[in-house]
Design a protein around this ligand. Structure first.
Ligand code: PLP
Length: 491
């Protein structure tokens, strides 16, 4: 028996490399990553998707060297489709991938700290809760508030809705009387979360938006009064700070007044725009970008994505909850008699405030860069993104394009309207041409049947150079499309 055990130990020894092997492994990966980052400037932001050659035929019994594996990844994964690490990623809502964040993940993974329960990982839990308290302080929530570091904005919104449902003690037979107020511009994960948390039978009220796609508070209040009159229960308002389509910011302070007046749970989805609260930019009329956040402290729950606004790699969103007791009530898993220990406990455990138990110690990827660099470089880059978007907004008009509303944050929409022909089709062709070239990646949206091109500036690697490149590409694509149309008409 002992011999057999020793033999098995030896066979598995490969998984515990010695310091020389570890150092070799790290060097190979580190060299590869270094080249990947250095090459980004010359690489495309988008490759037309191609068939996967190397990644097919996975055989778990086979072994390969790290160099072989890296070369497969390079061809099939990293040069295929969208390259989210590229500064040329100007579509959807770009993410990040700052290097120090990746090193934080490495630290978290090597130490494998248990960030689920305070008892098991007091340090890790403290770090995550401190980060949440920092974000709470940014938006003006009291120090007794807490929240959770989730995998992203979708999970964060879901946790908030489950908390709201529990806080209001809504029973299933009352679901269809509950009214949820939002606009057509909310992120689709809001609808998904409403369905997953069981509230799909609730009444969703789509409130009109103004010319800048922001919730109209007069319509909101009228709808609430109408619902009350009909015996329904106004349950929750979902506002956005930075809609995905146009980056619009709902008038949160006015909405808060209504939410307070009618005692409605007020949720803000600021997954994209939340960290612009750090902005120092002053507008031409003397106001500041951060004024858009006036009243956020009056909300009940708030979602903010560090993997967007703080340029981290994918996998970190945060939900902030003002009244943590309702969050605990919705998510704790210990017996109810443990509830009394709430106040005596030094730190609440993430496992009691979310659906997860064992989880990635995702806080470390935020903790390490913040501790090391401080907040100022993040702040500068956020302000740069705002100005880059404004710069584009001005320059694209000089090329004859039509634009949507003036960008409140770092997203804008634009399109070219040719004198003849179908403008939607024309802009689809422009988009295809930009993607065919691939140097810059952009995306589009449709609002009330109108096809718009979108610019979303949020990658820490996007600078003037990439915006200028896009302007040149769009101008050439426009000329080409116009000429194509002319030649077609002549034939
Ligand atoms: C990105 C985004 C989400 C979804 O967040 P994920 O991190 O992708 O899950 C939700 N709301 C808004 C406004 C977003 O921009």
């Amino acid at each position: 028996m002992r011999e057999q055990i020793v033999a098995l130990e030896e066979l598995g020894q490969m998984l515990s490399p010695d310091s020389v092997e570890r150092s070799n492994d790290i060097q190979e990966i580190s060299k590869f990553c270094s080249k990947f980052i250095d090459d980004l400037e010359h690489e495309k932001a988008y490759h037309q998707p191609k068939p996967l050659k190397e990644l097919l035929n996975y055989d778990p019994a086979k072994t390969e060297s790290i160099l072989e594996i890296l070369s497969e990844l390079k061809s099939d994964m990293m040069s295929n489709g969208l390259n989210p690490a590229s500064g040329g990623h100007l579509g959807y809502i770009p993410g990040g991938g700052i290097h120090m964040g990746a090193l934080g993940d490495y630290l978290a993974a090597v130490s494998n700290q248990y960030a689920g329960i305070s008892f098991g990982g007091p340090g890790a839990v403290k770090i995550e809760n401190e980060l949440i308290r920092w974000m709470n302080s940014l938006i003006g929530y009291p120090s007794t508030s807490l929240g959770n570091l989730a995998s992203g904005g979708s999970t964060a919104n879901l946790i908030a809705f489950v908390t709201a449902r529990e806080a209001r003690e809504i029973h299933s037979r009352e679901y269809e009387k509950q009214c949820i107020y939002l606009t057509h511009q909310v992120h689709h994960c809001v609808h998904k979360a409403i369905r997953i948390c069981g509230l799909k039978e609730a009444q969703t009220r789509f409130i009109d938006v103004d010319s800048q796609f922001r919730m109209d508070v007069n319509t909101l209040e009228l709808q609430i009064q109408k619902d009350i009159k009909e015996g329904l229960t106004p349950f929750m308002i979902v506002a956005s700070i930075g809609t995905t389509d146009t980056g619009s910011v709902d008038p949160v302070n006015d909405i808060a007044t209504i939410a307070e007046k009618y005692k409605i749970w007020f949720h803000i989805d600021a997954a994209y725009g939340g960290f612009f609260i750090l902005s120092q930019i002053q507008n031409e009329d003397g106001t500041f970008v951060k004024n858009l956040f006036k009243g956020v402290e009056r909300s009940d729950s708030f979602v903010i994505d560090p993997h967007k606004g703080l340029f981290l790699s994918y996998g970190l969103g945060a939900v902030l909850i003002k009244d943590v007791a309702s969050m605990y009530k919705a998510h704790y898993y210990k017996a109810a008699y443990m509830q009394d220990t709430l106040n005596s406990q030094d730190e609440l455990s993430p496992a009691d405030l979310s659906v997860e138990l064992t989880k990635h110690f995702r806080g470390m990827r935020l903790w390490l860069p913040l501790k090391h660099y401080g907040i100022h470089p993040f702040q500068s880059l956020l302000d740069e993104k705002i100005l880059l978007c404004r710069y584009f907004y001005a320059e694209i008009q000089k090329l004859g394009f039509t634009v949507g509303p003036y960008p409140e944050l770092s997203v804008c929409i634009y399109r070219y309207v040719p004198q003849d022909g179908n403008a939607n089709y024309f802009n689809e062709k422009l988009l295809q041409e930009v993607l065919r070239i691939g140097k810059i990646f952009i995306s589009s949206t449709s609002i009330d049947g109108v096809f718009w091109l979108r610019l979303a500036v949020l990658s820490f690697r996007t600078h003037l150079k990439e915006i200028d490149q896009l302007l040149v590409i769009l101008n050439e694509a426009k000329t080409k499309a116009l000429t194509d149309t002319l030649t077609k008409d002549n034939n």
